[in-house]
Design a protein around this ligand. Structure first.
Ligand SMILES: Cc1ncc(C[n+]2csc(CCOP(=O)(O)OP(=O)(O)O)c2C)c(N)n1
Length: 292
């Protein structure tokens, strides 16, 4: 287990990384945190018999890097006006977000066992009024980036230096609202805004490039007035560097090349695991592969 401390509310929280760690230690510690998040996702979905396991596991390293090494957030003050904002636009991957928030200390890890249960705050799609650390209600694809643009405009108008990050699915980019938002962000030079595309090349039921081709994806963002960089979406150091590069006067899109289902061999890059649920035996196998 990575460095941890026990919250007053019970369960285990993991400590964020200090700013001064070197690249090797950052990789090591974020890798261990990501394993904990993945284990939690598998357990939650296995218990609830519902969820979107493939997309949860592909976005895990992005969420781990953001919440444990990049975002200026305080779980004790989740609505601090000066906090950075993270919007999970691919809201169907709520299990990864809840696991990350909880392990970071936003709410007790014991609550994760209520995922999808009647009256639980941990619904299939995140709700900002129910869950500390959730910045926007998402689930209907195509809404997170427009909300993120509004957030970045607000920061700019008030002269504040907090940042907004939006995690998008690649299939989600087929929603036209993303491109209206991208055009607006480019026009307004919203350089406090970072969009991250979880580029796992699968969507629901098919490959993105067979459904509605996205490539050349970086060029599309650049044409809308953004900087665009590509990196390995499972390399924590590469993600860290992409998320913390100096501001350039333009919004930034990080295309995080990822594998849907990353970390569990029989789930990786298989279209049926968009929202297939592992059997109890498969949960056991997955947890063995995700050994600490
Ligand atoms: C507007 C809208 N249409 C359809 C859906 C149903 N839906 C949920 S996830 C998904 C596929 C999303 O693919 P992608 O963005 O690539 O996510 P990932 O593969 O990373 O899970 C679809 C079509 C939805 N949530 N919202």
């Amino acid at each position: 287990m990575p460095a941890s401390s026990a919250p007053a509310s019970g369960g285990t929280i993991l400590d964020p990384l200090p700013a001064a760690v070197d690249a090797a230690e950052r990789r090591d510690r974020l890798g261990k945190i990501a394993t904990e998040i993945r284990r939690s996702v598998v357990e939650m979905i296995g218990r609830a018999r519902l969820g979107h396991i493939g997309g949860d596991l592909s976005a895990t390293d992005t969420l781990a890097t953001l919440f444990f090494a990049v975002l200026k957030v305080d779980p004790g003050a989740p609505t601090d006006p000066n906090r950075d904002r993270l919007i999970l636009s691919k809201g169907h991957c709520s299990a990864a977000l809840y696991s990350t928030l909880s392990l970071r200390g936003f709410f007790p890890t014991g609550d994760l066992a209520t995922f999808m249960q009647p009256l639980s705050a941990l619904n299939g799609h995140p709700n900002r009024r129910k869950v500390p650390g959730v910045e926007a209600n998402t689930g209907p694809l195509g809404h997170g980036l427009p909300i993120g643009v509004g957030s970045a405009i607000a920061a700019k108008l008030s002269g504040a230096d907090w940042r907004t990050f939006v995690v998008l699915g690649d299939g989600e980019l087929q929603e036209g609202s993303n491109w209206e938002a991208a055009m607006c962000a480019g026009h307004r030079a919203l350089d406090s805004l970072t969009a991250i595309v979880d580029r796992n090349r699968l969507q629901q039921g098919a490959r993105t490039e067979d459904t509605n081709r996205l490539d050349p994806l970086a060029d599309k963002w650049r044409a809308f007035g953004w900087d665009a960089v590509e990196c390995d979406g499972h390399d924590h150091q590469a993600l860290f560097e992409a998320f913390t590069a100096p501001r350039s006067g333009k919004p930034v899109c990080v295309i995080a090349n990822s594998i849907k289902g990353k970390g569990v061999s029989f789930i990786e890059d298989r279209v049926e695991w968009h929202h297939k649920v592992p059997s109890p035996e498969q949960v056991e196998r997955a947890l063995k592969e995700l050994a600490r």
